[in-house]
Design a protein around this ligand. Structure first.
Ligand SMILES: Nc1ncnc2c1ncn2[C@@H]1O[C@H](COP(=O)(O)OP(=O)(O)O)[C@@H](O)[C@H]1O
Ligand SMILES: [Mg+2]
Length: 241
């Protein structure tokens, strides 16, 4: 396993918005934040699911950087939830404990207030994945997730969900249908067109609303940085509305 550098307070260096806030990449996450603000003028997007077709395409790094960047906005309150109950890693990036978390919350084992009274990193509130449970799809398909989102919407401006890939399991579709928008991550040079198409169809069939795509792993010769993303509006679902 590759060991990534950590800041003094244990945060993974790939949370660039935190570890290197004045960098070019951190600035690009701010561009992404601005684009998000204007994603759906007139229609409030508060709950967002970040997903992709397969594993290892950059969902978690993107979710964490986007959520942290949103939390820097003094006027907005943001929470990130690790809904990848199969391969959870938000806690790993943020350098916090995985338990208790989302799965424990949904199974009624913990009080939501333990996540909501104080932010876990900077101004960012976090609900990590929690204990590993059997049957994550069943946990996610309960009405409790909808109730939780409705309650969080009263307290937060942005609720960001990290999730498993669309093509392997149904979890992202279940959650995507409950969120205001889905942002789809594509890894440059890796994600195949057929995978993207299949994942989009799967999401749309499940009533999820893909609104934008982010291209990760675009290589630029820029100082020591090699990773970057491109962001673009996704027009397909706009046409359907
Ligand atoms: N924007 C990016 N550019 C290049 N590599 C990235 C980017 N985001 C993530 N990665 C790398 O891709 C791998 C998978 O990232 P991760 O966010 O864990 O993916 P996923 O959550 O989709 O499984 C990691 O090694 C990570 O460092
Ligand atoms: Mg992940």
């Amino acid at each position: 396993m590759i060991k990534h550098s950590r800041t003094e307070d244990g945060v993974d260096g790939r949370l660039v918005s935190y570890s290197d806030p004045s960098s070019f990449i951190a600035e690009q996450y701010k561009v992404l934040r601005t684009n998000l603000y204007s994603l759906s003028p007139g229609k409030k997007i508060q709950s967002l699911l970040i997903t992709s077709s397969q594993a290892q395409e950059g969902k978690t790094i993107t979710s964490c950087n986007l959520a942290y960047t949103l939390s820097l906005d003094t006027e907005k309150k943001t929470i990130i939830i690790d809904a990848d109950l199969r391969r959870p890693s938000v806690h790993h990036i943020l350098g916090i404990s995985r338990k208790p978390g989302f799965s424990d919350l949904l199974s009624g084992e913990v009080d939501p207030d333990i996540f909501l009274t104080k932010p876990a990193i900077g101004k960012l509130f976090v609900i990590p994945a929690g204990s590993i449970k059997a049957a994550p799809s069943e946990i996610l398909s309960t009405a409790k997730v909808k109730d939780l989102i409705d309650n969080l919407k009263k307290r937060f401006d942005y609720i960001i969900f990290d999730s498993p890939p669309v093509l392997n399991v149904t979890d992202a579709c279940i959650l995507g249908a409950l969120c205001d928008a889905v942002i789809f991550v594509i890894k440059a040079g890796v994600t195949q067109k057929s995978m993207i198409e299949e994942a989009f169809h799967t999401l749309i069939d499940a009533q999820a609303k893909p609104k934008a795509t982010i291209l990760t792993s675009v290589h630029f010769l820029l100082d020591s940085y090699y990773y970057f993303y491109r962001y673009k509006y996704y027009k397909y679902s706009d046409k359907k509305e």
